[in-house]
Write a protein that binds this ligand. Structure first.
Ligand SMILES: Cc1cc2nc3c(=O)[nH]c(=O)nc-3n(C[C@H](O)[C@H](O)[C@H](O)COP(=O)(O)O)c2cc1C
Length: 312
């Protein structure tokens, strides 16, 4: 099974990806959080910093485009080529209203003709390998039916599918059966994404769709960074896990010091990670409460390294 790291804006940035590679393990591919481009302009130019070569020394991520017009894609392509990227991903899954209302992200899925038009223009000119990350629709999973012939018309590298619809955000039922049906109707390699937190979840996908040999994991990795090793069949002793986790958090802190000035900004970034990460600890709720209360880096280090040393 190939295992990919999901893009999580504000969480799986270069700081996370570099620290993870250094201390925990290597994904088959990583994906950088989206870079939004609108009317040919970067919406938040600082988003481009995440894919700078000097920030991605161990493994180059696949940069992700969030936009819906060819001028914007070409602006994004220019940036990616400048940094020697050869593969990119198009976001057709972002469920946030401010994105969806602009017919971007999952908002594009309601307009198969527009998807076709954009892909037509992209594939007519691009020098990049292009994959797509999408949901099953905006309101209902049946919306995907009319997208299948559109996607099948283009040489898409792979389709990464999170089988929810935009209305659900990141919660509620995952449409497993619909995923299995649609996966077999698409001609591209398919990667499954959504709610994988254990080996049993991976086995469930394998049983459901035996032809799927790629999975993407986001929150499950934040919760249990060693899930990657478990899937790859690499057992780790408690001592090894503690040592790796200590190294990983040490690196996160060092890289955050490079990026943020002052404890407040740095702690805000790290606390966000613990919202998910603490769930992997037996007394996670208590730990997360303690982490949120920290008002200095020194206090934060005391709390988290104590929790890691006591890991079961
Ligand atoms: C905080 C947060 C930020 C996200 N940012 C992105 C993003 O930048 N691009 C993207 O394609 N998906 C993004 N996603 C969706 C994830 O990549 C993934 O599809 C989703 O979390 C389901 O997978 P999981 O259950 O393994 O986390 C984000 C999700 C969350 C919770």
């Amino acid at each position: 099974m190939e295992v990919y790291l999901a893009p999580l804006q504000g969480l799986t940035d270069w700081i996370f990806r570099e620290s993870f590679y250094e201390h925990i393990g290597r994904f088959d591919k990583t994906f950088a959080p989206f870079i939004r481009v609108q009317n040919g302009e970067f919406y938040h130019p600082s988003q481009c910093n995440d894919i700078l070569p000097e920030h991605n020394t161990f493994q180059k991520p696949v940069p992700q485009f969030l936009g819906n017009d060819i001028d914007s894609f070409q602006r994004f392509e220019e940036l990616c080529l400048k940094h020697q990227y050869t593969e990119v991903n198009i976001n057709m899954g972002c469920p946030f209203i401010k994105v969806v209302s602009k017919e971007m992200g999952a908002g594009m899925l309601a307009y198969p003709d527009k998807v076709a038009d954009l892909l037509e223009k992209i594939f007519a000119t691009t020098n990049l390998t292009v994959s797509i990350k999408c949901r099953l629709g905006q309101e209902h999973s049946e919306e995907f039916k009319s997208l299948i012939p559109v996607f099948n018309d283009f040489p898409i590298e792979e389709m990464i599918i999170h089988p929810r619809v935009a209305r659900q955000m990141y919660k509620g039922e995952v449409h497993y059966e619909a995923f299995a049906r649609y996966a077999s109707e698409l001609k591209h390699p398919i990667c499954y994404n959504g709610d994988i937190v254990s080996l049993a979840d991976v086995e469930k996908i394998q049983a459901l769709s035996p032809q799927v040999t790629r999975i993407m994991i986001g929150r499950g990795i934040l919760q249990n960074p060693f899930l990657l090793a478990e899937i790859k069949g690499q057992g780790l002793s408690r001592e090894a896990r503690i040592n790796r986790l200590r190294g990983f958090h040490g690196s996160l802190i060092e890289r955050c010091k490079e990026k943020y000035s002052g404890d407040t900004n740095l702690l805000r970034r790290l606390v966000e990670l613990w919202e998910y990460h603490a769930q992997g600890f037996e007394d996670g709720r208590k730990i997360f409460k303690q982490v949120k209360k920290c008002n200095t880096l020194a206090k934060y280090e005391e709390v988290i390294f104590k929790a890691i040393n006591e890991l079961k």
